[in-house]
Design a protein around this ligand. Structure first.
Ligand code: PEP
Ligand code: MG
Length: 583
């Protein structure tokens, strides 16, 4: 067992897995939210635990002031006073009830302050102080005996991280993440990518190697961590360097990226947070291929009303200007739990997710459709089509149902004398294998499809997409999965229905190369991967990867080198031959 402080110990290097690119330097914050499972406690027990944690936090402040362990003495004095403020304590206690756990109560108080005084600079500073004590109390709830200085850059170290937790951490101070989990497809990771935070995963039992407050250098490019790095090691890294978009090369045509053999490839981005939309400035990006509408509202206590939703969608449309935006209808459940929607029940990956959930509560989806329709009709580009896409549709009948909801909303708007968009294009995500067996009928009901390979993969192989152990068990480039993707792409093309892929695999050069090889030409990718995918396309002869994939998917044992090589190995071999830049 290591001691609590490890300042005098030597540097160690840990090799993990790159889950997001970038380099960062900061101090470890060991996040261990097991205490969050306190739903079963009575209100009185929760209040008692909260007050004990506050008491402990005050003691920590006093210790630190006394031992002069921190240069931020003044800040600690302020924190101590705030912790002892009975009105703040009472506000938190008032929020705790049967269903609300202590940390949610702490966050709600913080949110109330933000809402009440958000625009005021004096209160903004107070807000940061309350945020500081909130973190300190959280830490004491976890049983941490180390003072956490939240003025320093933070490297969050956790077993795993949910999307809600990811949204909770202060963006400005959070510079990197290290997780035991290695799931590339979890929504926590997807949001980390949107925030541009380097992540190293697959670090088993990280508590054995890293202590709270340890200095860390995180190399998200190599999947490497230096614990207590030597100054010579730090000097060799440029931690200020952020992934930057270089100027696109001239081989673009009408916004498409052109491969070495002259094939146009169309790139769109996946957008989760407003910062993702910056990437639309780039001429090679044709629009937003997947706007995850649920992410901006994950932290809200109440599900947003039509006006709030309309405002957000309008901002997005105006920011995108004449570029298209595909709005995905509400997609909840799995690892995306909402305080405002399901407080008291679990909703696992195969439960009441997405369209199933919203179909049971059509009023929710109707409000969202209303907001989308109003936003498109009143934005700066009202003549552009409104694109709406439905997730996790499992049967043709479900598609018919959501179409009737759109029609009802359009009729309602017309009856009210409101303007409606000139064109509405309705699409579906292909995420559930059952749809692949009804494609003929299904494709007649949609204007476009987008393959949600993150979910499709988990349902195809019956593995939880966020499960760390399972994430390495099956390969996205397995023959069966690629064959299914090819069936979808070929069927859509035969029916003249536009097809793209918006799962994370489209953002990885080797996987994207294989997808080009089976005929995909539209990709919706993570903004951080744009440059890597552009470089790959521009340096590739697509016909060669097409030949390779035909060979790989062939049933003729003599045609396929598969006796010795997997599809991944063959595509990688080809990438090296073509000198495609990989990451
Ligand atoms: C997918 O499933 O591939 C997808 C893009 O949707 P999400 O990751 O939000 O479930
Ligand atoms: Mg999905």
């Amino acid at each position: 067992m290591k001691s609590a402080t490890s300042f005098n110990q030597p540097q160690i290097t840990i090799e993990g897995m790159s889950l997001n690119l970038g380099i960062a330097h900061g101090h470890a914050y060991m996040y261990d939210p097991e205490y969050a499972e306190d739903f079963h406690l009575s209100v009185e027990q929760k209040v008692k635990i909260f007050l004990q944690a506050v008491h402990r936090a005050v003691e920590l402040c006093e210790n630190n002031i006394e031992n002069d362990r921190s240069k931020n003495k003044e800040l600690i004095f302020v924190q101590k006073a705030l912790l002892q403020d009975l009105s703040w304590q009472q506000r938190v206690i008032n929020k705790i009830d049967d269903k609300v756990i202590i940390t949610h109560a702490l966050d709600k108080v913080l949110e109330d302050i933000d809402i009440a005084f958000g625009g005021d600079s004096f209160w903004h500073a107070r807000f940061q102080e309350v945020r500081g004590i909130t973190q300190l109390v959280r830490q004491c709830l976890e049983g941490k005996d180390v003072y956490f200085d939240n003025t320093k850059p933070i490297v969050l170290c956790a077993k795993t991280i949910s999307p809600v937790e990811m949204m909770q951490f202060d963006h400005a101070n959070l510079v990197a993440m290290i997780v035991e989990d290695n799931s590339f497809l979890s929504h926590g990771m997807i949001i980390a990518r949107s925030k541009g935070i380097p992540v190293v995963g697959g670090v088993i039992e990280l508590k054995k190697f890293i202590n709270n407050q340890d200095e860390l250098l995180v190399d998200g490019d190599l999947g490497r961590i230096y614990v207590r790095p030597l100054s010579t090691v730090i000097a060799n890294y440029d931690t200020s360097k952020k992934p930057q978009f270089s100027k696109p090369s001239d081989s673009t045509n009408n916004g498409a990226v052109i491969s070495r053999d002259g094939t146009p490839v169309h790139l769109f981005i996946n957008a989760n947070l407003s910062e993702d939309l910056e990437c639309l400035e780039r001429s090679t990006i044709k629009g937003v291929g997947l706007y995850r509408t649920e992410i901006p509202f994950m932290m809200s206590e109440r599900w947003p009303d039509v006006e709030t939703q309309t405002r957000l969608y309008l901002q997005v449309m105006n920011k995108a200007k004449e570029k298209s935006v595909v709005f995905r209808a509400l997609d909840v459940g799995g690892d995306k739990t909402f305080q405002s929607l399901h407080k008291s029940f679990k909703n696992p990956q195969k439960g009441w997710r997405n369209s199933r959930f919203t179909m049971q509560r059509p009023s929710l989806i109707r409000l969202q459709l209303r907001a989308m329709i109003r936003a498109r009709a009143s934005c700066d580009y009202p003549d552009l089509p409104l694109h709406i896409m439905f997730p996790m549709i499992s049967e043709a009948q479900e598609m018919r149902f959501v179409r009737t909801l759109i029609q009802k909303e359009l009729d309602r708007e017309k009856n009210l004398g409101h303007k409606i968009p000139q064109t509405i294009r309705i699409g579906a995500m292909i995420e559930v294998p059952s749809v692949v067996f009804q494609l003929n009928q299904f494709l007649d009901l949609v204007d476009f499809i987008s393959i949600g390979s993150n979910d499709l993969f988990q349902f195809f192989f019956a593995i939880d997409r966020a499960d760390a152990v399972m994430s390495k068990r099956y390969d996205l480039l397995s023959k069966a999965f690629m064959q299914m993707l090819k069936t979808i792409i070929d069927s859509a093309k035969a029916k003249n229905v536009s097809v793209s892929l918006c799962g994370e695999m489209a953002s990885r050069p080797i996987e994207a190369m294989a997808l080009l090889g089976i005929g995909l030409r539209h990709f919706s990718i993570n903004p951080n991967s744009v440059e890597a995918i552009e470089n790959m396309v521009q340096s590739l002869d697509i016909w060669s990867v097409q030949d390779c994939m035909t060979d790989c998917l062939s049933d003729n044992p003599f045609a396929y080198k598969a006796a010795h090589l997997s599809i991944r190995e063959r595509v990688m071999e080809l990438a090296q031959i073509q000198q495609t830049q990989l990451s």
